[in-house]
Design a protein around this ligand. Sequence first.
Ligand SMILES: [Zn+2]
Length: 203
Amino acid sequence: MKLTKLIFGLIVFNLVFVTSLYCQTTKKIKIIKDFTERPVNYDSLEKIYPTRHIDERFRNVFLVVRQYFPELTNNTIDLKFKCNSSRTISAKPRVNFFRGKSVRKYFIVIKSGSDDYVLENELNAQIGLIGHEFSHLADYSSKTNLSLMIFGIRYGLSKQFRIKTERNTDIEVIRRGLGWQLKSLHLYLKSSEIDEKMKEFGY
Ligand SMILES: [Zn+2]
């Protein structure tokens, strides 16, 4: 009887596991070449991803990008302006050793006065830029607080590690479906490299 139950359990587990793998590998990514030509229902997105702390000028871009990072749906992601920020735009986690990563808060930080660096771009390029920052956040979301701290130290100390991280971050943006948007901006990958990756990911 116990053996029958065990075999039955294994069959069910395998079915669920194989089905979820199948779903992951066959799920079609949403690729939109030009968001200006496609109406987006921002208000319905707002119901899923509240943006009450986001500066109104960045709201729509945040809402579009959030859809491409479902693992961050339950995390609060705010936009902050900081005058003492060393970089024009960056993605930061709030590390709290008393809270797990599933409820971790994140920030996109823009150096005060650099708003135009983002806003002077057309919509697709803005999406590519914010998408790059979200791609960092998605990476952080898979890390424990300790591995985040180790990551921060390596990022600060090693130029080689920084370059590798940034390139991988761009690749992840393309893999998520925002390759066209990244292409209209050019952050770390060359245009030809973006083309190559887009082909690889089935664009
Ligand atoms: Zn970056």
